[in-house]
Every structure is written in structure tokens, then in C-alpha cells.
Design a protein around this ligand. Structure first.
Ligand code: FMN
Length: 448
């Protein structure tokens, strides 16, 4: 199903899960508006974009069910599958340029990205058009290993991009080169399936190539082709690849940009990428992702849930499951279910969650029988199984997300709620009401 963007869209179309917009749309806000309208429901395909011959698509997977379909598993199997893929990555499979659809068209002179592709302006105060669903692939100058991540990319000039590269793996490689006064080669891959998008968000150790994680998730190696002008291997079935370099010692204004928490990321001087070659399939489909959409949130949320579940289980093996809530932007608010064996253990889980990822701001721990994806049940636990006097954990002035505007440049408070039933409670203190033979009565009822 998810071997390429095209095969994925075909599956979505054939199963009645694709919205096709049958009118000319503008890249200025209209694509974003329709993407938002169908967010959490279905991908939106724009065959006609005013001023372009290229079509566009957005929100290719914006529900847990979409990602589970792409992975070929049930929703509750996604997290174990993701962890398994991180543990057992599958090497990529090189193919020749002739075999690679993404090399069907090569442009290496007079590149003007805005003339070539329908790159949208998404939110009111955005500084301009942004590439928002490009997989940035770079190679570690020391080990030669590749890394994949997504970065917001402002189109600053015909072949110039401004990038937000937070201090993680890509930044690490770039710094190694910049210290020597050298650029870092980069390929930006646009138009891929949901598995490649999801794998790019893996919280994997430095040096692990996310294309290999994607291969393991698909149970088939990702066919890759060497770029035309940079020493980087890219998915051969991608729609578009931009080949370029991150310039050393150059910083230029970038932003503002409407970010995932639904606030604007500020304008400041950031790294600059120069594009010197573009390759694409015939009739390429340009892919975009609306920041703050369910697609954006789940792309970050599902791999984080996998990593956090693993680290919490290392602390308390009886942790059952984790849920990064959509309201908490799939980053900040987390619900954990566990079987408590010793009093106080839920608080250890809360502390481990704060340590597991700096973004985690609020943690609610409940007993194992609670459905942590049903927020009414979670709220019920908070209402009836929690007393602030002894069940609240607060840590002040720890590092959180710089994109949370209520923090002091990322420094803020963290809160944990132990909503597990005390082990010393009498059996009928927390006895949950039930109607005997409920299912049987409902099944046998004759209701007109
Ligand atoms: N990370 C950034 O540093 N800057 C960004 O502008 C950025 N934009 C993103 C947009 C989307 C749609 C998504 C899903 C993620 C974005 N991220 C951004 C998060 C990174 O891609 C993600 O943390 C990735 O795992 C980092 O990879 P690395 O640790 O291998 O470098």
C-alpha cells in the first residue's frame, strides 16, 4: 500500500478516503484552509493549482487509523512495531539512476523553486511560502551514516531556503563541517509515503539511518538512488528531490512561521540552504503538511510514544501503555497506564516521563484497566482518584519546549498526577458501579 506517495494515494482513493478538490486553488492560504478542513479525516488532493501545472497533496495521513493502514497493522500494534523497527533496521537497496523515477527530470540551471512547485503560504503571519513536508537527508562527515529529519524551510530566494535546525542530529553534522569552514551537503525529499514520514521522526541514536527504520517498518528495503550532485542516497520513488548545501557561517532572517502548538515561531537569523539541482518524477505531486495539523502532531507523537514507552518500562516494567494527547499537541501532555506493585511507583513513572523527553510537561498516571485513549475516563480518574496534597508532583524551572509560549525561553514547570488507586484502599472504596448482564440485555433488546 505505502511503497510510494502514489501507491498510498491510490489506496486512499480506492477505499473512499481521499478528498479531491475539483477547482483551481491558490497557494496563498486556500490549500492550507482545505487541508485544515479535512485534517483528521482524509488526505486532500489538489489536481489544479492556479499558476502551476504541478498538483499538490496535503495531510496524507492524519489519523492513527491512516498510519496503521500504512503500516499494515492494528492501531495498538503500531508502537511495538515501531520499536521493533528501531531495533532491527533494514539496509537500503541502491538502484541506478535509470531505474529511479525521481531522476526522470533533472534541472541544474536557473532554479526557481516558486516557479517550479506550488509551495503554499499556510498561516496569516507566515513570512512567505514554506516547504513543510521535506525529508532533509544529510550524511555524517565522520562516519558516512545518513540522517533523516523534517525542517520547516522558508523560500527566501529562487534557490535559497532558510531552515530551522534545532540542535539534534542534522545540526550536529552541520556543526562539524562549519567548524572547518565547509558546507554540509543536503537533499530535501518531497512527496513520500506515510511510513517514510513517520520513520523520519524516530527518536533514534545518532548514526542510525531512518531510511533503514522505514525499510524495517515496510519489511522491504527502501530503494535508494545516489543524488546527481551530492553524495546522498534518496528514496528512488520520491516525487521531488532538491540537492544543495547548508552554507557555513551564513545566517539570514527566517520566520515568523505558524508552528505546531498553534502559535508563531519568531523571526530570527537561521541557517541557509542553497539548492543547485532539482530532480523530479514526470508530473510530480508536491506534498505539504500544515503545521499544527493532526498529521503534524501524530508524526511527532507516534514515534515519541514508542521511545517514551520503552524508557518508562526500563524504570517500571509494569508500565502498560502511553498516550501523548492531541490537545497537548502530542508532545506536552501524556497519559500512562500501569500496574502499580508498590506505593510510590507511579511517582517514579512521572519522574521518568519528565526525563524521557524534555517536551513532556504534564503526566497523568492511571491504573492498567483504564483506556488511556478515552479522555473522559482519564478525567474521571483525575476527578476521583487524585488528591493534590499527596498525589501531585511539581518540578520547577526544568527545560521544556521553547515553542511553549508560557515558558521562560523553554524553562518552565512540570506537573505529574498520580491517579492510581492506593494499594491500601479497602476493596469497596473504589468499587466501580456496574449493571449485571448489561451486554446481554442490550443484545436481546427489541427497541423501536
Ligand atoms: N525540527 C526542527 O528542528 N525544525 C523544524 O522546523 C521542524 N519541523 C518539523 C515539521 C514537521 C511537519 C515535523 C513532523 C517535524 C518537524 N521537526 C522539526 C521535528 C524533527 O523533524 C524531528 O525531531 C526529527 O526526529 C529530528 O531528527 P534528528 O534528531 O535525527 O535530527
Amino acid at each position: 500500500i505505502a511503497n510510494s506517495l502514489r501507491s498510498w494515494l491510490q489506496h486512499m482513493n480506492e477505499s473512499g478516503q481521499l478528498a479531491v478538490v475539483d477547482k483551481h486553488v491558490s497557494t496563498e492560504f486556500e490549500i492550507a484552509a482545505l487541508t485544515k478542513q479535512y485534517d483528521g479525516v482524509k488526505p486532500v488532493f489538489f489536481p489544479k493549482v492556479s499558476g502551476y501545472t504541478t498538483s499538490a497533496v496535503a495531510g496524507i495521513a492524519s489519523t492513527r487509523s491512516h498510519f496503521a493502514q500504512a503500516l499494515g497493522c492494528r492501531e495498538e500494534e503500531m508502537i511495538p512495531k515501531f520499536l521493533e523497527a528501531i531495533d532491527h533496521p533494514l539496509p537500503t537497496e541502491p538502484v541506478s539512476s535509470e531505474e529511479a523515477p525521481v531522476h526522470e527530470v533533472v534541472i541544474d540551471t536557473d532554479i526557481d523553486l516558486l516557479k517550479l512547485f506550488p509551495i503554499p503560504i499556510h498561516q496569516e503571519k507566515d513570512s512567505g511560502p514554506y516547504i513543510s513536508a521535506g525529508l532533509a537527508i544529510v550524511r555524517d562527515p565522520e562516519t558516512g551514516n545518513q540522517n533523516v529529519s523534517i525542517h520547516r524551510l522558508q523560500v527566501s530566494g529562487p534557490n535559497r531556503l532558510g531552515a530551522l535546525i534545532l540542535p539534534r542530529h542534522t545540526f550536529n553534522f552541520y556543526k562539524k563541517m562549519e567548524e572547518k569552514g565547509l558546507p554540509l551537503e543536503i537533499a530535501i525529499v518531497i512527496g513520500v509515503d506515510p511510513i517514510l514520514m513517520l520513520a523520519s521522526q524516530a527518536i533514534a541514536p545518532l548514526g542510525q539511518d531512518e531510511l533503514e527504520i522505514a525499510g524495517a517498518l515496510k519489511n522491504a528495503p527502501i530503494p535508494v538512488v545516489r543524488c546527481k550532485t551530492v553524495n546522498i542516497d534518496v528514496p528512488a520513488h520520491a516525487e521531488i528531490v532538491l540537492e544543495g548545501k547548508i552554507l557555513p557561517k551564513v545566517r539570514e532572517p527566517e520566520g515568523p512561521f505558524g508552528e505546531f502548538p498553534a502559535y508563531y515561531g519568531a523571526k530570527s537569523n537561521k541557517e541557509v540552504i542553497e539548492i543547485h539541482c532539482v530532480t523530479h518524477r514526470k508530473d510530480p505531486i508536491y506534498q505539504t503538511c500544515l503545521a499544527g495539523s493532526d498529521e503534524n502532531l501524530l508524526l511527532g507523537g507516534i514515534p515519541r510514544e514508542a521511545s517514551l514507552l520503552r524508557s518508562l518500562k526500563n524504570t517500571v516494567p509494569t508500565v502498560r501503555n502511553v498516550h501523548l494527547t492531541k490537545g497537548g499537541k502530542c508532545r506536552f501532555h501524556m497519559v500512562v497506564s500501569m500496574k502499580k506493585r508498590n506505593e510510590g511507583e507511579a511517582k517514579n513513572v512521572i519522574l521518568a516521563a519528565f526525563a524521557g523527553h524534555y517536551d513532556v510537561k504534564k503526566v497523568i498516571v492511571v491504573d492498567e484497566e483504564i483506556d488511556i485513549f478515552d479522555m473522559d475516563q482519564v478525567d474521571w480518574c483525575l476527578a476521583t482518584r487524585f488528591q493534590a496534597e499527596h498525589d501531585l508532583v511539581v518540578v520547577h524551572r526544568a527545560l521544556g519546549s521553547k515553542l511553549d509560549p508560557s515558558t521562560d525561553n523553554g524553562v518552565g514547570s512540570k506537573m505529574g498526577f498520580d491517579c492510581t488507586v492506593p494499594l491500601s484502599a479497602a476493596p469497596n472504596d473504589y468499587e466501580v458501579t456496574r449493571i449485571p448482564n448489561f451486554a446481554e440485555y442490550v443484545q436481546n433488546a427489541v427497541v423501536t
